[in-house]
Design a protein around this ligand. Structure first.
Ligand SMILES: Cc1cc2nc3c(=O)[nH]c(=O)nc-3n(C[C@H](O)[C@H](O)[C@H](O)COP(=O)(O)O)c2cc1C
Ligand SMILES: CCCCC(=O)C(=O)O
Length: 377
């Protein structure tokens, strides 16, 4: 179905079908760099420390190779799947990315519209630059990402607002109770941008209170810097959220098992796109180990480093049920708003479907570790 898009392009030319953006999504970053204010580009593209883990994320994909099989009577490439109780047309979600107004004035609204047009869920960040209610008005399937504030009343308020606005699943991000050492942003002294676009959701929250005269950024850091959380605290979330819950930032098998024990519904194997612990294991290397440890007891999602349809094939073959996309759709947003995001998603889905079929898989369910070859390092 998505691959029809390929013929549409051959027949009519890419520019007649979509905005004049390249079909090679890896070229979008350089184009976005020309368009974005330098500090915004540095923040979006940047990662922690030396960027070692961000590079490792990509290398882990390159090390794994798809092994095409022939004459398997492949008729269709069924991408549909079921994730955390929701039927998805493809194993792809728009991952939570905060403060999208730094990329485009329509920010999260443009992303929500593009995701909706393809029936893909958008995971809305706690640090969104439009309120969750505004986004809900234009969004299709939607999940809510929680940065877990220390103030329990504020946490409950976020959860109640999200449920009331129709967000069906909760993604709790565990790896970012404080921002990591990010030299690019430090050199640019970029954090104050949050004053402008980042914290509307908190300031508008009925439970949010700041001391008069206190800097909102310092206040935000105090509220969301919540490093004392432990596995026992998850019971609190269960109590206040009726839908499925997934923990984002899991990289290790014991942690994954603890998520099962805590009654969670899913985990997202993620290293935050290499933006948190520099030197951390590549997320794709962690994936098969974690997936093997939990089997079918919990749903395993994946992110960090997905750039192409072939990458999605690899992550699914290593045990992910679906993947979350980060930076690529933000580059699409920067370049052409809603249309740009749709371009990224359509290209990725078309390539995914073609790669799947050409390598002899009659749908995502046919993928397994046998679909891949791992090159020795
Ligand atoms: C600019 C930017 C902002 C992000 N903001 C959030 C956020 O608010 N919440 C969150 O859970 N993850 C956030 N992430 C991490 C993404 O959800 C995701 O884990 C990461 O981007 C995946 O890696 P990729 O960019 O290589 O695809 C952010 C990532 C970027 C690039
Ligand atoms: C500003 C809120 C945190 C966004 C984030 O998660 C990131 O920059 O990686």
């Amino acid at each position: 179905m998505y691959a029809d898009f390929q013929f549409e392009i051959y027949l009519n030319g890419l520019n007649d079908v979509l905005p004049s953006l390249p079909a090679d999504l890896t070229r979008l970053e350089a184009l976005a760099r020309e368009k974005l204010p330098p500090e915004a580009y540095d923040y979006i593209a940047g990662s922690a420390g030396t960027g070692d883990t961000a590079v490792a994320n990509r290398e882990a994909f390159r090390r794994r190779r798809i092994v095409p099989r022939m004459l398997r009577g492949v008729t269709g490439g069924d991408l549909s799947t079921r994730v955390l109780g929701a039927e998805l047309p493809a194993p792809l979600l728009l991952g939570p990315v905060g403060v999208l107004r730094i990329a485009h004035p329509e920010g999260e609204l443009a992303v929500a519209r593009a995701a909706r047009s393809l029936g893909l869920p958008m995971v809305l960040s706690t640090a969104a630059s439009h309120s969750m209610e505004e986004v809900a008005e234009v969004a299709g399937p939607r999940w809510y990402q929680l940065y877990w504030p220390g103030d329990r009343d504020l946490a409950v308020s976020f959860l109640e607002r999200a449920a009331a606005a129709g967000y069906t699943a909760l993604v709790v991000t565990l790896d970012t109770f404080t921002l990591a050492w990010r030299p690019g942003d430090l050199d640019n002294a970029y954090l104050p941008f949050l004053r402008g676009v980042g914290i509307q959701n908190y300031l508008a929250d009925p439970v949010f209170t700041a001391e008069a005269g206190e800097d909102p950024i310092a206040h935000w850091a105090g509220v969301f810097g919540n490093p004392g959380l432990t596995w026992d605290d998850l019971a609190f979330l269960r109590e206040h959220w009726d839908g499925p819950i997934a923990l984002k930032g899991i990289q290790q098998s014991d942690d994954a098992r603890r998520a099962v024990d805590a009654g969670m519904d899913g985990i997202v194997v993620s290293n935050h796109g290499g933006r948190q612990v520099d030197g951390a294991v590549a997320s794709l290397d962690a994936l098969p180990i974690v997936a093997h440890a939990v089997g079918d007891q919990i749903e395993v999602l994946f992110d960090s480093g997905v750039r192409t349809g072939a990458d999605v094939v690899k992550a699914l073959a290593l045990g992910a049920k679906a993947v979350l996309l980060g930076r690529p759709y933000v580059y699409g947003l920067a370049l052409d708003g809603e249309e740009g995001v749709r371009h990224v998603l359509r290209c990725l889905l078309a390539e995914l479907e073609l790669t799947l079929r050409l390598s002899g898989h009659d749908g995502v369910a046919a993928l397994s570790s046998e679909s891949l070859f791992e090159q020795p390092t």
